[in-house]
Design a binder for this molecule. Structure first.
Ligand SMILES: [Zn+2]
Ligand SMILES: [Zn+2]
Length: 139
């Protein structure tokens, strides 16, 4: 059904490792800023409740891009040494190969939001996914 897929959710296959991944658009109802590392598949998810927004001057008047630039400047580097940047390529969660998808799209494990028969399996997938979503650390 059309309305079930309003975030353009689809399954893609990594051309390097052959694993499947789920991609979908960033939900406009999800008020967070997501910046991807420029050298690994990790991303940082910044909720609007973060204190950092109080430090950004004229925050209310800035565009999305301008806010992202302010966040880039303030974020500490990723564990891998890369930087969280708004224009980073999305990467395969399995082999880190850069993927050919839009920057508005996010990458998930293929199994995310599937119908699970048992909760344990669902929790396992969520835990697995959380390895790629890191808490923001500020300079
Ligand atoms: Zn891959
Ligand atoms: Zn990284």
């Amino acid at each position: 059904m059309e309305e079930d897929n309003w975030l353009n959710e689809k399954i893609i296959k990594c051309t390097k490792c052959g694993n499947e991944l789920k991609v979908c658009d960033h939900s406009p109802f999800e008020h967070s800023y997501r910046l991807y590392c420029n050298s690994c598949p990790k991303r940082v998810d910044i909720g609007t409740y973060e204190k950092v927004f109080e430090e950004i001057e004229n925050y209310d008047e800035l565009s999305y891009e301008q806010i992202m630039i302010e966040l880039e400047k303030r974020l500490q580097n990723c564990e891998c040494g890369g930087e969280f940047m708004m224009n980073s390529k999305r990467r395969c969660l399995h082999c880190a190969k850069p993927l050919n998808i839009d920057e508005e799209q996010n990458v998930w494990l293929k199994e995310m939001w599937s119908e699970f028969n048992d909760d344990k399996q669902e929790q396992k997938i969520e835990k697995e996914m959380l390895k790629f979503i890191v808490q923001p650390k500020w300079k």
